[in-house]
Design a protein around this ligand. Structure first.
Ligand code: GDP
Ligand code: MG
Length: 202
């Protein structure tokens, strides 16, 4: 069974918990505890595979900390901003840059991982501060998927959003497996070349 770990990150009050709870229960309850972090589990069947999904929803205070653990732990990231709050978009941008940062502080794991940027609270688009195109641009420039939606009003869209991230994670797993397989094949060839020749010459 495939184990998939997702971290949902973004500024305080952007709707990280609302999105997670919406995905898990199809409900929107309005107020969410923000003083503790949680890891939720969900079983899924996707593309004929049984998947065990773990979703990490940090408490808001922690969102500003170093991220090193999250970057190392997660296979995929949902980065959330609030379309009515420009500073949350700047925070999302900083998070994406941090994830895509090459290899330095957190190893190569996060830089290549699946990332989905979400502009939440689309139901409040009459007071929007961040344009759809800006979100789309940021995502395109950093190899992320992008969508705008509303945790408050949309259930299906939230589900589709999580599932398309999971699909990206699975595609990444496959790619890594392939690389590993071809890596060990070329190693076998090398060994065969070196030792095979030697054996012949004896
Ligand atoms: P978190 O700090 O990122 O976990 O944010 P929460 O999930 O606690 O949400 C912060 C506030 O925004 C709460 O009052 C939610 O009810 C509200 N909220 C979350 N999503 C939406 C949305 O899509 N539309 C609207 N109008 N409010 C939302
Ligand atoms: Mg929260």
């Amino acid at each position: 069974m495939n184990d998939i770990k997702l971290a949902i990150l973004g500024g305080e009050g952007t709707g990280k918990s609302a999105l997670t709870v919406r995905f898990l229960t199809k409900r929107f309850i309005g107020e969410y505890a923000s003083n503790f972090e949680s890891i939720y589990n969900k079983h899924l069947c996707l593309e004929g595979k049984q998947l065990k999904l773990e979703i990490y929803d940090p408490c808001s205070q922690k969102a500003k900390f170093s991220l090193a653990n999250e970057l190392h732990w997660a296979d995929g990231f949902v980065i959330v901003y609030d379309i009515t709050d420009r500073s949350s978009f700047a925070f999302a941008k900083a998070l994406i840059y941090r994830i895509r940062e090459p290899q330095t502080s957190h190893g190569k794991r996060a830089a290549e991982s699946a990332v989905l940027l979400v502009g939440n609270k689309q139901d409040l688009c009459h007071v929007r501060e961040v344009g759809w195109e800006e979100g789309q641009r940021l995502a395109l420039d950093n190899r992320c998927q992008f969508c705008e939606l509303s945790a408050a009003e949309q259930s299906l869209e939230v589900e589709i959003m999580f599932l398309s991230l999971v699909k990206d994670v699975l595609a990444n797993f496959k790619l890594k497996e392939k690389r590993r397989a071809s890596g060990s094949r070329s190693m076998a060839k090398l060994i065969n070349n070196v030792f095979g020749k030697r054996r012949k010459s004896v």
